[in-house]
Ligand binder design. Structure first.
Ligand SMILES: Cc1cc2nc3c(=O)[nH]c(=O)nc-3n(C[C@H](O)[C@H](O)[C@H](O)COP(=O)(O)OP(=O)(O)OC[C@H]3O[C@@H](n4cnc5c(N)ncnc54)[C@H](O)[C@@H]3O)c2cc1C
Length: 521
């Protein structure tokens, strides 16, 4: 009976980097993925003459040619070549005016708005622009970026080391870290004296992690902002599928095996810990170590089951809240972005500029919140000549579709898409509906079916204050159920996002490599 050194369950971003690092270290590695392609959310799909990006809006940590970021460095270290393109703007926030708003004005698009903020890349540029929109916000913004620079270094230090001790090494050098991490984003920005309206604009990226200002750990939000504002975000030229395929190649080039169409249907337990897995219901495979990119909730409900789950894991699973779910409408347009009048890559459209109000409105679909992206702004030739590609995304929480009957699902899906499209048309004063050539709508059940996560969340667990990055890092070891079974992916310390999932896979691999080298492997 063949026994692998390590089996990795799931080829999402976390599982791919975990398997690549294990294979590169010379471990006999098997990566098992239930779909026929790698990546989880990091993939692509084709409809008609359009190849769509399913998930990536912005990838932080790519850096620039002269300043390599942590993510591009990771690909470089693996030996994977990526065609990176960097964006030269961060976001635009548009809040259409409500009745009676005395500060409302008509913007360049001819729309009456309360807020229209087009924010540039670079700390100084960002702070100046914020100050132009909300006088008195330059200094607080620069102070925030000063802190973010310091916290970014601390963040790197936390991730150092192959074991769980990064945090203890980092603390003596960053004594303010623990103090800051007990404050919410709103409290931190208040303490810096940032005017409320500027705080709203500054907090626009809350939805990327799914936690609004009153619940978001200030320190962690600063690191998120830092990574996007410092150098701008990056994109792979050939959709996120390019990233996943490049890691697939690294795994194979280093002797690792990848089996697609191979779903792990249960974990074989021996002497109280995992010894192997069953694939597609009938094939048993064994390994010394396991790295799991599948959702922990799914592991405890299906793969291992409650009977064999350590009690503390079940308690943590119960205590944690499922993070945000996303809904995306993918549109292949038979007009160019210029013909459509789409001037920006990424526009956040909301009924209120305030993140807590946006969050409160995201408990159902009511046309409250939508991000519209036009990939042609970053990659002009990503669609055939004369066409363009849009994706519209909204965020919801928990079981937003609990009252929808199966027979009404299609109608419901179309209604949600129409609401989102109309919200964008109105806020940007453009026409989308007459020029749609291809449309695909992904609601939480679509993502749930594809990713195997509760409510289809691609974000893992909600990063609430008690369960944010620092508390999770401190109790990382406690979160791993057995000494030979480690989780990776969006459910781990840093939460969601490509960079976070890649980091978690790298970390899991390093732990496994260390553990096997102790055994003399
Ligand atoms: C619409 C959308 C927009 C997003 N935008 C951004 C963005 O702009 N920037 C950003 O950084 N992040 C973004 N994200 C988030 C990001 O994609 C995720 O946080 C990240 O990819 C999570 O990676 P993961 O390692 O947790 O793996 P997942 O993507 O969750 O993949 C898990 C993999 O495991 C497989 N699997 C599960 N169970 C089994 C099993 N039993 N057997 C075998 N295989 C199994 C699944 O098929 C899947 O391939 C977005 C996500 C979505 C959906």
């Amino acid at each position: 009976m063949k026994q692998y050194d390590v089996i990795v369950i799931g080829a999402g971003n976390g599982g791919l980097t975990a398997a690549a690092n294990c294979a590169k270290a010379g471990l006999s590695t098997l990566l098992l993925e239930r779909h026929n392609i790698p990546g989880g959310s990091a993939s692509s799909f084709v409809r008609g003459r359009f190849e769509f990006e399913p998930s990536l809006h912005e990838l932080s940590g790519v850096g620039k040619e002269d300043e390599v970021g942590s993510v591009s460095n990771m690909f470089h270290k693996l030996g994977a070549k990526i065609n990176w393109i960097t964006e030269n703007s961060t976001f635009r926030l548009v809040v259409p005016a409500k009745d009676g708003d005395k500060d409302a004005f008509i913007n360049d698009d001819g729309v009456l708005v309360s807020v229209d903020a087009r924010m540039p890349v670079g700390f100084e540029n960002f702070a100046k622009k914020l100050d132009e929109i909300v006088p008195g916000s330059y200094e607080p913004a620069m102070k925030a970026f000063g802190l973010s620079t310091r916290m970014y270094e601390a963040f790197d230090a936390l991730g150092e080391g192959d074991d769980f001790s990064g945090i203890f090494k980092a603390l003596p050098y960053f004594p303010d870290l623990m103090r800051m991490t007990t404050h919410t984003l709103n409290e931190g920005l208040d303490a810096l004296g940032m005017p409320k309206k500027a705080q709203d604009i500054f907090s626009t990226y809350w939805s990327y992690m799914g936690v609004p200002g009153a619940q978001f750990d200030f320190l962690y939000y600063l690191t998120v902002m830092h990574s996007y504002v410092m150098n701008g975000a990056g994109m792979p030229k050939y959709r996120s599928h390019e990233l996943s395929l490049s890691i697939d190649k690294v795994i194979r080039d280093n002797g690792g095996e990848i089996w697609y169409n191979s779903e792990v249907t249960s974990v074989i337990m021996k002497d109280g810990k995992p010894a192997g897995v069953v694939v597609n219901g009938d094939k048993e495979i064994y390994a010394k170590q396991f790295i799991c990119n599948a959702s922990p909730d799914f592991v405890w409900s299906d793969l291992i089951g409650k009977k064999d789950a350590p009690e503390k894991q079940l308690r943590m699973s119960n205590a944690r809240k499922t993070a945000a779910s996303l809904t995306t409408v993918y549109l292949g347009m038979n007009k160019t972005k210029e013909e459509l009048g789409i001037k920006d890559y990424s526009v956040f459209i909301a009924n209120s500029a305030n993140s807590d109000e946006q969050f409160a409105g995201s408990q159902n679909y009511d046309g409250n919140y939508c991000i519209i992206n036009c990939l042609n702004h970053v990659i002009p030739d990503c669609t055939p000549p004369g066409t363009s590609m849009l994706f519209l995304t909204t965020i919801t929480f928990d079981d937003v579709m609990k009252d929808v009957r199966p027979q009404d699902y299609k109608k419901y899906k179309n209604k949600v898409a129409k609401l989102m499209i109309e919200q964008c048309e109105k806020a940007l004063n453009i026409k989308i509906q007459p020029y749609i050539e291809e449309i695909e709508i992904a609601l939480p059940p679509t993502f749930s079916r594809y990713l195997n996560t509760p409510y289809g969340t691609p974000y893992g667990y909600r990063l609430e204050m008690w369960d944010s990055m620092i508390p999770r890092t401190i109790q990382f070891a406690q979160d791993q159920p057995y000494d030979n079974f480690i989780f990776c992916g969006a459910s781990q310390e840093r939460g969601d996002g490509y960079g976070c999932a890649y980091h978690s896979g790298e970390k899991a691999a390093n732990i496994v490599i260390k553990s096997l080298s102790k055994e003399g492997k």
